[in-house]
Ligand binder design. Structure first.
Ligand code: FDA
Length: 584
C-alpha cells in the first residue's frame, strides 16, 4: 500500500512540469508535482516566450497571461539584434528580430491574439507553479524522484523527502517525467534517443550593471560579440543577453569541451564581462556563474506504458531560437487534456499513444533547428575572413578591410549582410514556432490533402484548418460587440464544434454525443444574428470550409477533423470521428 495516491504524479516544477500540473489541476484532475530543490528556477535561463506559449497561458486564464505580460520585457524592446566587436566597440551589423520588423510584426499580429515577449524563467516558473497550486495541485518541494515501477493498474514511485531523510511511495495512474536534461525518469524507462550530449562547452555569468549607455538606443535582448575565442564552444558567438532592461545581464561564453570546465570565479567573470562589454573599468555585481554543455539529442519516443517524458527530458539542445521552455510548455498542453480525458473515463488509454506520435517529431525538429542555428554563425566569421580561428589583430584587419573602396571589400560587405540575414532562421523564425501540425490517431483527415506548403515554412506561419493544425486565429464578435479570438472560443480542456448557418445538424449531433460520451462539447455557431458574428469576413477567409461545414477542435486548439459542408449523416460522421479520436 503506497503512502500517497493521486491520479497523475509529475516530476519537476520547471516550465514543463509546472505547466502540466497547472493544466491538469485546471481540468479537475488530481495531480501531485514534486521538485528535488526547495526553490523554483534560480537563474533566468529561458526568456524568449513565443506566441504559441502565450496562447497556452491565455487558455489557463486571462489573468495568467496578464501576469506574464506584467513581468515581461515587451516585444518592442526585443528586436535590435546587434553583432559587434564589443558593446562599446564597433557594430558589424544588426537585424530586426522577434517579430519587430514591419512585415514580421504584421504576421505576428495576424497570427495570434498574444504577443511574443521576453519573460525570464525566474518569472515564468512562479506564475505557472502558483497557478497549479491555486487550482489544487499538491506540490512538494525538497522531494526527489528515486525510481518507479509500473503495472497494469498504475505506477508506484519511490520518492525521497530531503527534509526528513525519509523515503515514501506515491501510487498514481500516470507518471510524467518533466525532470530536465538529466532526466532520471527517461533513463529508467530506457527510451530511445538520437544525437549526442555535450557537443560544446558554455558558461553563464549573471550580473547587475547599468549598461544603458551602450544599448538603450538599440534596444535588444541579444548582443552578439565577436572577440578572440568567440568561435570556441558556446552558442555561436559571445553573447551579452538582457535579463532586465538595462541593468541585469547574462553573458554566455564558450569553452573548449575537450578541456576540463573552467572554474568561473568572480575574477574570471569580471574579466569576461569587461572584455565583451568593451569597458576595462566596468564594475559588475556578480549574481552567479556556472558552466553547462551544449547538447544535440532528442527522444524518438516519449512514452512507455503509463509513464511519459516531456520538456528537456525529451529534447536537449542549445538555447538558440529560444525554443526550450516554449516547447516544454507546449508538450504539457498536448498531454494534459489527453490524461484528463482518460482519467475521467471519456477516452481509452489508446488516446495517450498520440502524445509521443505528435510530440516526438517536434522534439527532433527543434533540436535540429537549434543546433543548425549555431552552425549558421559560420558565414559571419567567414565574411570577416575568420574561418581559421579568431585573433584580435585579424579581427581588426578584416573589419578595416571591409571599409575599403575595392571590389573585394564590396563583396565582403555583401557577404556580411547576407550572413547576418541568414540569422533570421534563429531570430525571426515564426514558422517553427507556429506551424506545428500533428499526424496521429487523435486527428482524422478522411483522406484530405494538406495545403501546399509555403515556400519558407520555417520562417512563416501558414494558417490552415487542415486536421492536425492549430486553429487559425481571427477576431470575432459576440452580440454585445465584444471581440474574441477564435482561440478564446475553444480550449479550456474541452472539445469545440464550430459551424455556421445551415450547420444545425452538426450541433444536434454534438449535443447527442456529448450526452452519450459524457464529454462536454462546446458549440460555436458563427454567422449573422448568431451568437458569434464575423463582421470583417476574416473567419470566412480562414476557415477553409463552407457555412454548413464544421470543424471539430481539440482541447489543445488543434483541429481534430473538418467537414466541408453537411454530410449525408452528420450524426454518424461525428460519432465515427469522436470514437476514433477517443480510442473507443
Ligand atoms: P527544467 O530543467 O527547467 O526543470 C526540471 C525540473 O525537474 C526542476 O524543477 C528540477 O528541480 C526537477 N528535477 C530534476 N530531477 C529531479 C528528481 N530526480 N526529482 C525531483 N525533481 C527533479 N528556452 C526557451 O524557450 N527560450 C529561451 O529563450 C531560452 N533561453 C535559454 C538560455 C540559456 C542560457 C539556457 C541554459 C536555456 C535556455 N532555454 C530557453 C532553455 C530552457 O531553460 C529549458 O528548455 C527549460 O528550462 C526546460 O524546462 P523543463 O521543465 O523541461 O526542465
Amino acid at each position: 500500500m503506497a503512502d500517497i495516491s493521486t491520479d497523475v504524479l509529475v516530476i519537476g516544477t520547471g516550465p514543463a512540469g509546472s505547466a502540466t500540473a497547472a493544466l491538469l489541476a485546471s481540468y479537475g484532475v488530481e495531480v501531485m508535482v514534486i521538485n528535488r530543490y526547495r526553490w523554483l528556477s534560480n537563474t533566468p535561463r529561458a526568456h524568449i516566450t513565443n506566441q504559441r506559449t502565450m496562447e497556452v497561458l491565455r487558455d489557463l486564464g486571462h489573468e495568467v497571461e496578464a501576469e506574464a505580460m506584467m513581468h515581461a520585457a515587451p516585444q518592442h524592446l526585443m528586436g535590435e539584434n546587434v553583432f559587434c566587436e564589443s558593446l562599446a566597440g564597433e557594430e558589424l551589423g544588426r537585424m530586426k528580430s522577434w517579430g519587430t520588423s514591419p512585415l514580421s510584426k504584421a504576421e505576428h499580429l495576424m497570427s495570434s491574439p498574444c504577443e511574443m515577449n521576453d519573460l525570464p524563467q525566474t518569472f515564468m516558473e512562479p506564475i505557472l507553479f502558483k497557478t497549479a497550486c491555486s487550482r489544487g495541485a499538491q506540490a512538494r518541494m525538497s522531494t526527489e524522484y528515486v525510481s518507479h515501477e509500473q503495472d497494469g493498474d498504475g505506477v508506484t514511485t519511490t520518492c525521497h523527502d530531503r527534509l526528513t531523510g525519509k523515503t515514501f511511495t506515491v501510487r498514481s495512474k500516470y507518471l510524467v517525467g518533466a525532470d530536465g536534461g538529466n532526466s532520471m525518469v527517461a533513463e529508467h524507462l530506457g527510451l530511445p534517443f538520437e544525437g549526442k550530449m555535450g557537443v560544446g562547452g558554455s558558461m553563464n555569468i549573471l550580473f547587475k550593471a547599468d549598461l544603458s549607455r551602450y544599448v538603450a538606443h538599440r534596444p535588444s535582448v541579444l548582443y552578439w560579440v565577436m572577440q578572440p575565442g568567440a568561435d570556441v564552444g558556446g552558442i555561436g558567438m559571445g553573447l551579452v543577453r538582457m535579463v532586465r532592461p538595462w541593468n541585469e545581464w547574462l553573458i554566455v561564453w564558450g569553452y573548449d569541451i575537450n578541456q576540463p570546465a573552467p572554474v568561473v570565479d568572480a575574477a574570471m567573470a569580471t574579466q569576461v564581462a569587461r572584455q565583451l562589454v568593451g569597458d576595462p573599468e566596468l564594475e559588475i555585481d556578480l549574481i552567479s556563474a556556472n558552466t553547462w554543455t551544449v547538447n544535440n539529442c532528442f527522444a524518438t519516443h516519449m512514452q512507455k506504458g503509463r509513464v511519459f517524458i516531456m520538456g528537456d527530458a525529451a529534447h536537449r539542445h542549445p538555447p538558440s531560437n529560444g525554443l526550450g521552455s516554449n516547447t516544454s510548455i507546449q508538450d504539457g498542453y498536448n498531454l494534459a487534456w489527453k490524461l484528463a480525458a482518460v482519467v475521467k473515463g471519456q477516452a481509452t488509454p489508446k488516446l495517450l499513444d498520440s502524445y509521443s506520435t505528435e510530440r516526438a517529431p517536434i522534439a527532433r525538429q527543434i533540436v535540429t533547428r537549434a543546433n543548425q542555428s549555431i552552425a549558421e554563425f559560420g558565414p559571419i566569421f567567414e565574411a570577416l575572413g575568420m574561418d581559421g580561428g579568431v585573433d584580435h589583430d585579424k579581427i581588426q584587419r578584416s573589419m578595416a578591410a571591409r571599409c575599403d573602396a575595392t571590389p573585394a571589400a564590396e563583396a565582403q560587405r555583401e557577404a556580411l549582410r547576407k550572413a547576418i540575414e541568414l540569422k533570421k532562421y534563429e531570430f525571426d523564425c515564426h514558422g517553427v514556432e507556429m506551424n506545428q501540425r500533428y499526424t496521429s490517431g487523435a486527428v482524422v483527415t478522411d483522406g484530405q490533402q494538406p495545403p501546399t506548403p509555403n515556400a519558407e515554412m520555417e520562417l512563416h506561419y501558414q494558417p490552415t484548418t487542415y486536421p492536425g493544425a492549430r486553429l487559425p486565429h481571427v477576431w470575432l464578435f459576440d452580440r454585445n460587440g465584444a471581440k474574441h479570438s477564435t482561440l478564446d472560443l475553444t480550449g479550456k480542456g474541452q472539445f469545440t464544434l464550430i459551424t455556421g448557418i445551415g450547420g444545425e445538424p452538426w450541433i444536434a449531433a454534438a449535443e447527442t454525443l456529448s450526452q452519450s460520451l459524457n464529454l462536454p462539447i462546446r458549440i460555436v455557431k458563427i454567422g449573422p444574428r448568431c451568437a458569434i458574428e464575423d463582421h470583417g469576413g476574416d473567419w470566412a477567409r480562414a476557415r477553409e470550409i463552407r457555412d454548413a461545414g464544421c470543424l471539430l477542435v481539440r482541447p489543445d486548439q488543434h483541429v481534430a477533423w473538418r467537414a466541408d459542408t453537411l454530410t449525408a449523416d452528420p450524426q454518424a460522421d461525428l460519432t465515427r470521428v469522436l470514437h476514433a479520436i477517443l480510442g473507443h
